[in-house]
Each structure stands twice: as structure tokens, then as C-alpha cells.
Design a protein around this ligand. Structure first.
Ligand SMILES: NC(=O)c1ccc[n+]([C@@H]2O[C@H](COP(=O)([O-])OP(=O)(O)OC[C@H]3O[C@@H](n4cnc5c(N)ncnc54)[C@H](OP(=O)(O)O)[C@@H]3O)[C@@H](O)[C@H]2O)c1
Length: 323
């Protein structure tokens, strides 16, 4: 009995290791060699994981890169490292907590007061909160961080993006959006449905796609394009922000099967730099190629409704709408 269990365990470990190796080999690279001197790019959550790797690549291409982060000490250290490794002094840190609408408004105001242009906004920051928690303004924290904050941030920066056109919005979603079987826009806060991290995270990633499709429609003809992506399964600390045993186990598994963060950043980089990506909008990408998202994510009516609900919840003011 024990021997059988041992054999099954051994086969499972081998399958995970071999499967991971095959998966990593299939990862696509952004082939563009485009330089970005004179371009300004914001990367939210640029202080770790996929965001860090994205920011570093863009800095290496000569862009002015703003790491928009909630932990200034950590982000400053990261920015210092990127400046040293790339020789690009134009890597800056600005405070941004995407879950807090006051912080988002402050960031956008200061950015507009001090920066002349914005060529690419990369909405990358993300979390999956293990138990239900509320943001400063009283919204479920996973959705507030992943969707509402980026919804508000992008809206507040649309005027700069339009003035800097051709320009781009890139939003990091996830394949996990496909596991969202319904989107109850009347219960985004999980007041009626019992909270669990996986459905909440999946919902937030579905919202990332619906948001991208709707803003792409609104920005049609302005020279600002908006696309979103799944980065792949990537070995980052995303699943263990709270230091739980389950988080540690999942992070270990991500480490075994996942891509490196440099490989995980490739589709974000592709959408930010590739010439052809300036001519596509409202699309979902995987491995630097357009891909299909789930039916719910293609629902135009749902996207419009989410937009209205989000506008209401972040309290978007008439002076903050630039369409
Ligand atoms: N890793 C994967 O397999 C995978 C798969 C699909 C999609 N994604 C998506 O990829 C994106 C990047 O995740 P990752 O894997 O690179 O994880 P990560 O290493 O944990 O990076 C997430 C980043 O978001 C930042 N962040 C979290 N909450 C924030 C807030 N309220 N305000 C500002 N920044 C905040 C984090 O800051 P701190 O450093 O301060 O925590 C961190 O820099 C996320 O949107 C995630 O949903 C990841």
C-alpha cells in the first residue's frame, strides 16, 4: 500500500517537473528591437515579479519608466537596481496604492503636474486576497486593487494619453478569467455570495478584459489603443502575500512549473512596444499572440454595465472624463 502510494507520488512529481519543462520551452518572446528614447511609461506594481521584469526591459530600451508602487522603500531599491543594470537614469518611483481611490487621484494629479507625456500605461499590479477584506473606500480588496484602481487610474490619465498619441494601455489579466461562470454586477462586493479567493480573483481578471474592450471602443479613432493579456503561469510571489502554508505550497509549485518572470513579461512588453500592437485594440493576448477569451468577456452589454457600475463606485467626476 505504502509502496503504491510512493510510486504514485513519484509519478506525480515527475509529471509536474516534465510538464513544467515542456510548458516553459513553449514560451514566446517579444521579437521587437524597438528603442523607446523619449517615451514615458507607467508600470503599476513594477517593484516585483512580472512588473519588475517588464519595467527593466523597457528601461533597457531607453524609456523613462515610472514604477507606480505601494511600498516606496522596496520600489526605490528595485528602481536603483534597474538603473544600475540598464544604465538608464530615467527610472523613477511614485506612490500608488491601486486599492485606494484617494491614492490613485493623488498619483494622477502629481503625474500630470510634473510629466509632459504618457506613451504607455501598464496596469500590472494585482493580488488575490485569501479572506474577504475591504479597501479604504469599502470595496472588496481584490476587486478594488485589480479592477477599480486601474479603471480610475486609466480614466484620469486618458487626457495625457490622448495628447501623447499614438499611445497605449496594457492591462494584465489572466487565463483564470475563464473560470468566472457568472458576473453578478449587483454583488461585486461578495455581500450575498460567500467570499472565496479564487472566484474573487477570477472576477477581477474578467473585469480587466471587459474594461479593456469597453475603453477600446470609447477610444476608437483617438490613437490610443487598449489591449490586455494573460502572462502565462509565472513563478512570482503573487500567491503568497499573506505567508500562509497554502500560499507557500502554491508558490513552490509555481516555481516548479512556471515561467521565469522575464518570460512572463514578454506579452506585456510586446503590447507596449511592438509596432503592430499600435494597430490593434480591445484584444486579449497570450504568448504575444491574439487569443480568445471566454464568452462572458465578449459580452458588450456586460462591459457597458460594468463601466457604469465602476464609474459610479469610483465616483468619477464630470471633470475626470476625457472622451
Ligand atoms: N504569476 C502568474 O502566474 C500570473 C498569472 C496570470 C496573471 N498574473 C497577473 O500578473 C500581474 C503581476 O503579478 P505577479 O505574478 O508579478 O505577482 P507579484 O510579484 O506579486 O506582483 C504584483 C505586484 O502588484 C503590486 N500590488 C499589489 N497590490 C497593490 C496595490 N494595492 N497598489 C499597488 N501595487 C500593488 C505588488 O506590490 P508589492 O510588491 O508591494 O506586494 C507587486 O509589485 C497581476 O495582475 C497578476 O494578477 C500573474
Amino acid at each position: 500500500m505504502l509502496a503504491t502510494a510512493g510510486v504514485i507520488f513519484f509519478i506525480a512529481v515527475c509529471a509536474i517537473v516534465v510538464g513544467g519543462a515542456i510548458y516553459r520551452r513553449q514560451s514566446s518572446k517579444c521579437r521587437s528591437t524597438r528603442r523607446l528614447k523619449g517615451k514615458t511609461i507607467i508600470v503599476t506594481g513594477g517593484s516585483s515579479g512580472i512588473g519588475l521584469a517588464t519595467a527593466e526591459d523597457l528601461a533597457r530600451r531607453g524609456a523613462r519608466v515610472i514604477l507606480a508602487c505601494r511600498n516606496a522603500a522596496k520600489a526605490n531599491q528595485v528602481a536603483h537596481g534597474i538603473r544600475e543594470r540598464t544604465g538608464n537614469a530615467e527610472v523613477q518611483v511614485r506612490d500608488l496604492d491601486t486599492s485606494d481611490f484617494d491614492s490613485v487621484r493623488k498619483f494622477a494629479k502629481e503625474f500630470k503636474e510634473t510629466e509632459g507625456r504618457l506613451d504607455v500605461l501598464i496596469n500590472n499590479a494585482g493580488v488575490g486576497i485569501p479572506e474577504k477584506r475591504l479597501s479604504k473606500q469599502g470595496f472588496e480588496l481584490t476587486l478594488a486593487t485589480n479592477h477599480y484602481g486601474h479603471f480610475l487610474l486609466t480614466n484620469l490619465l486618458v487626457d495625457v494619453l490622448r495628447a501623447s498619441a499614438p499611445s497605449r494601455v496594457v492591462t494584465v489579466s489572466s487565463l483564470v478569467h475563464k473560470y468566472c461562470s457568472k458576473a453578478d454586477l449587483e454583488d461585486l462586493n461578495f455581500d450575498k455570495t460567500p467570499y472565496a479567493v479564487f472566484p474573487a480573483y477570477a472576477l477581477s481578471k474578467l473585469c480587466n478584459i471587459l474594461f479593456t474592450k469597453e475603453i477600446a471602443r470609447k477610444l476608437q479613432g483617438t490613437g490610443v489603443v487598449a489591449n490586455c493579456l494573460h502572462p502565462g503561469v509565472v513563478a512570482t510571489g503573487l500567491l503568497n502575500k499573506e505567508n500562509t502554508w497554502l500560499g507557500a505550497l502554491l508558490t513552490f509549485l509555481l516555481g516548479v512549473i512556471g515561467k521565469s518572470r522575464d518570460d512572463g513579461a514578454q506579452t506585456s512588453i510586446y503590447l507596449a512596444v511592438a509596432e503592430e500592437a499600435q494597430h490593434m485594440s480591445g484584444k486579449y493576448f497570450v504568448d504575444c499572440k491574439e487569443s480568445s477569451c471566454c464568452k462572458l468577456a465578449e459580452d458588450e452589454g456586460l462591459a457597458k454595465k460594468l463601466w457604469e457600475v465602476s464609474e459610479r463606485d469610483v465616483k468619477l467626476q464630470p471633470g475626470e472624463i476625457f472622451y
